[in-house]
Design a protein around this ligand. Sequence first.
Ligand SMILES: Cc1cc2nc3c(=O)[nH]c(=O)nc-3n(C[C@H](O)[C@H](O)[C@H](O)COP(=O)(O)O)c2cc1C
Length: 397
Amino acid sequence: MSLAGRRVVLGVSGGIACYKSCILARRLTECGAAVDVILTAAATEFVRPLTFEALTRRPVHTSLWDRDRALAHIDLARTPDVIVVAPATANLLSRAAQGLADDLLTAVLLATRAPVLVAPSMNDEMYANAATQRSLAMVRERGWAVVGPAIGALAEGPSERPGRMAEPEDILAEVERLIVGADSRLSGRRVLVTAGPTREPLDAVRVLTNPSSGKMGYSLAARAFARGAEVILIAGPTTLPPPYGPEVVRITTTAELLQAVEQRLPDADVLIMAAAPADFAPRVVADGKPSRSDGGFNLDLVPTPDVLELTTARRKPGAVTVGFALETGTATERARSKRDRKGLDLIVLNRADELGSGFEVDTNRVTLIGEHGETPLELLPKPEVADRILDAVERLL
Ligand SMILES: Cc1cc2nc3c(=O)[nH]c(=O)nc-3n(C[C@H](O)[C@H](O)[C@H](O)COP(=O)(O)O)c2cc1C
């Protein structure tokens, strides 16, 4: 992810999750953003400004009354691409909702036109309290974005109710979405991505499948979310953690994949078929678990439904459709004919027989084949391949 040349104001109010804001400050800085941190007086009780100064390599702001920076609140309000408040305490939310400007952070929040993202973080009772809910409704009405809170352990012990601050990586994803989404043609578009393998049962316990990890499709879903899209990820069996943001629909067989795509396709502005469906399934699923001692096991395989072909008529007019072709050997012609046959705008050719490419690995070397020719890309990490594919999709939208 690149936030190079971007400016972020990170407001930190006085909650126990302040320690996680240090990680957020570090990650934002690593992504290339210039991060100006504002601590409330209560926040300085939890974490010293020095920590943030070292992490961001920039001066940290703690007071409206700093003689050297008389109009810091106006400068800080004017310059950022986004202001993120993490943690946002009940107290901070209440003060901001009322439009108070009684310290540097609330003054900046009142004086800014930049998008604001808050990450509430507090005891679950404090969060459920009508006063806090009212404050959140008020800031939402003002157009602020809210991330979390999550359900999970609080400083005081386990909880099954919301209150815990969203994880720094999830806050980062929302920050990126606000910044990158502002300039992206994918912002607000519905993007349907399929990922992972499918599995066809052979008997009660055995399956026919392939080694697809789902990494390419998951990267595409996460990167489309970062560009502001509403993303649905239809995922076959994988061990990957669900990406933050997209709605995840789990499927197992190719027939289930077909059904899930059919159901959601009419609303999709973009369809990206990165799943690796099992192309064959047994004609008959054997009963129980045939044993080795029963002798041999003959597989009579029939083709599974061709999801792309069977859903052509359900595509929204003008929708951009991207398919993947995993081939061995010289395969450009085969990929091009697949593109034409299946009515795709773009086909992504990747090679199963090349080191660092295709199944299971974190990198991929692909060729994008569109109406006007081929674009071979270098070997790249899958999230970067995803960005290149999405750049091409944006040009087609
Ligand atoms: C140890 C400790 C932990 C606290 N954690 C939280 C918290 O997670 N969320 C919260 O809303 N308030 C928390 N508070 C209360 C706030 O610090 C208090 O309301 C303070 O006035 C917040 O000021 P600020 O919003 O200006 O930063 C905590 C207080 C203490 C002493």
